[in-house]
Design a protein around this ligand. Structure first.
Ligand SMILES: Cc1cc2nc3c(=O)[nH]c(=O)nc-3n(C[C@H](O)[C@H](O)[C@H](O)COP(=O)(O)OP(=O)(O)OC[C@H]3O[C@@H](n4cnc5c(N)ncnc54)[C@H](O)[C@@H]3O)c2cc1C
Length: 437
């Protein structure tokens, strides 16, 4: 039996693979997790530059990320690893929305009614929009683009520009003309229509590897599993009973496999498994969108009025003051979601442009240094009606996990974690009878 229990392999140590591994480990089903990189975390990982801790990209979480927050607590992530704030969106000099301490969705309705920077007519139209969506249970008869949805509900004015479009870019990382309105509504539903705390902004205070992946790795090992970093799986073959995973230095057999890589890497691994053809077909139809994070280190006494602020009228969309959250005073992280001409600029030019935009908004001195990171395939493009492969494939005991698999969410940490937990549940349903026998 011990031999049987050792045979679950998880390929990929991002949030999806780790969520799957923690879920199985909690049920005392030992797993072996293979991660190609040196660090755990995948597209949400910590790194260091000039001795300063940062991430491959600035991330935010939401109170609605219930599965992520649950698994973080289970793995032993410290409570103070995040800064949890009631929803408040501010673009200094242009727009401010605060949600008062009322139950959902009244907190949003009041927030919209009292929002600064919007004409009264637009605020009332926004409330009608929110009420109407709730009455329809946030379901559309047919998917359409976010831009079309906003037009249908007369939301394209200042409120579209200052609220809905930035929210759509932040959540779906896809321009509103292409973005799936249904997926956008799924995020709005979970954030605004359940508990008030679901709309909280949850800002990491630790780097993204320390936030969950490292604690998850320790949890997995404590529960009899193995976590192998620097271990890229190069091939997956099958014999009558097993999956044979090949990597540098040899092969290993497993009865169950979860492939938890990013979609473009899954395509390569699936190519030798003809039963997964439907998933391969869907993955071939995927397009991708970039996210740029530009870190600018200002003098240590630089401090913005809030840890997260919106920007408008330029390329920068959000600025995060990591002095508030990460104990790195003066380090600002500016995020630009989705495609744009900025993505082909040299780092120097991009950082220079972003500094000018920040200077205009906050009267800052020149930065001491900068680091621009553009993740070119940050997420799949979450387009209208996109078909995403389910976690169960046509191949017995072979599952997919990752932010791109079928689910309510766009490519987010919560989407990744939910998919991992689901793939794990599918496996434990087949393995648990073995344990209890
Ligand atoms: C810059 C940026 C900003 C973002 N901002 C946010 C945000 O604010 N909020 C939010 O919720 N989401 C955000 N996201 C999205 C979020 O990071 C992803 O949705 C999530 O991390 C995806 O996790 P995953 O486990 O599905 O995939 P990945 O993180 O891609 O994990 C897959 C892992 O598989 C490994 N791997 C690949 N091939 C192999 C192989 N052959 N063998 C072994 N290992 C392999 C990779 O090294 C990787 O570690 C952002 C993403 C980026 C890039």
């Amino acid at each position: 039996m011990a031999e049987k229990l050792k045979r679950v392999a998880i390929i990929g140590g991002g949030y999806a693979g780790l969520a799957a591994a923690v879920t199985l480990a909690q049920q005392n089903i030992p797993v072996t997790l293979f991660e190609a990189g040196k660090t755990l975390g995948g597209r949400a990982r910590g790194m260091s530059y000039r001795g300063v801790s940062m991430d491959n990209g600035q991330h935010i979480l939401l109170g609605a990320y219930r599965e992520t927050l649950r698994l973080m607590a289970l793995a032993g992530t410290r409570h103070d690893a995040v800064l949890r704030l009631p929803l408040a969106l501010s673009i200094p000099g242009h727009f401010a929305l605060k949600t008062p301490a009322l139950p959902a969705p009244l907190h949003l309705v009041s927030g919209l009614l009292l929002a600064r920077g919007l004409p009264l007519g637009e605020r009332l139209a926004a409330i009608r929009f929110a009420v109407s969506l709730r009455l329809k249970n946030f379901r559309l008869p047919q998917d359409t683009s976010v831009a079309s949805l906003l037009a249908l509900y007369h939301q394209e004015g200042e409120i579209g520009r200052l609220l809905w479009e930035p929210l759509c870019l932040a959540a779906l990382n896809t321009p509103i003309e292409q973005a799936s309105a249904q997926v956008f509504l799924n995020v709005l539903r979970d954030s605004f229509s359940r508990a008030r705390s679901d709309s909280d902004v949850v800002l990491p205070r630790a780097d993204l590897s320390a936030l969950f992946p490292l604690a998850a790795g320790e949890f997995i090992c404590k529960h009899g599993g193995r976590v192998l970093t620097g271990s890229r799986i190069r091939s997956i073959e099958r014999d009558d009973e097993n999956f044979i995973l090949g990597r540098e230095g040899g092969t290993e057999n497993f009865s169950h496999v979860i492939c938890a890589t990013a979609p473009q890497h899954a395509l390569t691994l699936l190519s030798g498994l003809p039963e997964t053809a439907p998933a391969i077909k869907m993955l071939n139809g995927f397009a991708y969108q970039p996210i740029a994070t530009i870190y600018l280190q200002y003098p240590h006494d630089t401090r913005l009025p809030a840890p997260m602020l919106g920007l408008t009228g330029g390329f920068a969309q959000w600025v995060f003051d990591r002095g508030h959250t990460h104990g790195t005073p003066g380090l600002l992280a500016v995020v630009i979601s989705a495609e744009g001409e900025h993505q082909d600029w040299p780092a120097e030019q991009l950082a220079g442009k972003i500094h000018l935009e920040l200077q205009r908004a906050f009267a800052l001195p020149p930065p001491l240094w900068h680091k621009a990171i553009i993740e070119r395939r940050a997420t799949f493009a979450c387009t209208v009606g996109l078909k995403r492969p389910p976690q169960a494939t046509g191949l017995k005991n072979f599952y997919l996990a990752g932010d791109y698999t079928a689910g309510d969410y766009p490519a987010t940490i919560e989407g990744a974690v939910r998919s991992g937990a689901k793939a794990a549940a599918l496996i434990s349903a087949t393995i648990n009878p073995v344990i209890s026998s």
